[in-house]
Design a protein. Structure first.
Length: 301
């Protein structure tokens, strides 16, 4: 049973990562072993699950249908096994979390504390930009900004408010007129960031209880915030970031903050999960730690 389950998990890992090498790293096995596992399963099923070339790997039509059906089933089987294994024992097993890159950085200290408290637990923290169906792709928990949490999920705020920052380099400030209001931004060269779904990030602002978004203009569009930061540091225009990602640059004088009154703290990241499932002891222990951390933050602030 366990070997068959690992074969199914191997298929899900390759489908998720789009690469045998990356999936093998996630699973902690060699690329050769992973390829053999997939090959044996394809031989058993009598159908090819992946179309392979020397440069890429993608699900076949049969593979797409297979993954859609086994994703939730594998998650339920793994959960049932871990629940049975943990009865009357210290929490153990694997907890899988899918998060955005920024959210992953936010929760990493809590994950490390959790592993120290429960040495028999393992955590697989996958960070990526796209918003996925965590149930279909075999994750126990998701972590995203509050406004991106699917409505059919139970959400648990981490307790740390998030804030955006509009910034430019000192040289850019010297050479250009400074925007006095978000409505001025379309008149300036802004560094735009493309989201994983292909849409452009709309800059979010709030003042006097009113929230709104601005669709900026600019000559440079990127799909990675870290590269956008480099562009701002090289005087390419105005950027929009999570405050924590540019706090050191602002403090060091490498960036100048703009429109600060228009970017107050907002509800931050939320951990979310499906409600109608039996949850393992490790899952429950992790949620308890999240609630503890949220209470400490509320007390301190």
């Amino acid at each position: 049973m366990e070997s068959r389950l690992k074969g199914l998990e191997a298929v899900l890992a390759v489908a998720r990562r789009g690469s045998f090498r990356a999936a093998a790293l996630d699973l902690g096995i060699s690329t050769t072993a992973l390829s053999h596992t997939i090959g044996r399963l394809e031989a058993t099923l009598g159908v090819r699950l992946f179309n392979r070339t020397t440069r890429s790997v993608a699900l076949s039509d049969a593979g797409h249908r297979f993954v859609e059906r086994i994703g939730p089933a594998v998650a339920e089987i793994r959960l049932a096994m871990e629940t049975a294994h943990s009865l009357g024992r210290t929490p153990s097993g694997l907890l899988r979390i899918n998060a955005s890159v920024q959210a992953g950085r936010e929760i990493a200290p809590l994950v490390l504390a959790f592993l120290r408290r429960y040495p028999e637990m393992q955590v697989d923290l996958v960070t990526e930009g796209r918003l996925i169906d965590i149930v279909a792709e075999g994750f126990d928990l998701g972590l995203r900004p509050a406004d991106l949490v699917p409505r059919d999920m139970i959400a648990l705020p981490l307790g740390t408010p998030q804030r955006f920052a509009v910034v430019a380099s000192p040289a850019w400030i010297t050479a250009n007129r400074v925007p006095l209001s978000p409505v001025d931004l379309p008149l300036h060269d802004c560094i735009r960031v493309r989201l994983p779904d292909g849409t452009l990030l709309r800059w979010q602002f709030e003042r006097h209880g009113e929230t709104f978004q601005v669709e900026t203009k600019g000559r440079l569009t990127l799909d990675e915030a870290a590269i956008a930061r480099t562009a701002v540091l090289n005087d390419a225009g105005i950027g929009f970031f999570f405050e924590q990602d540019v706090a050191e640059d602002i403090a060091a004088g490498r960036m100048v903050r703009l429109l600060e009154d228009w970017t107050p703290p907002r509800l931050g990241f939320c951990l979310y999960y499906p409600g109608r499932r039996h949850h393992s002891a490790g899952f429950k222990a992790f949620l308890a730690m999240v609630r503890e951390a949220a209470k400490r933050h509320a007390k301190d602030n």
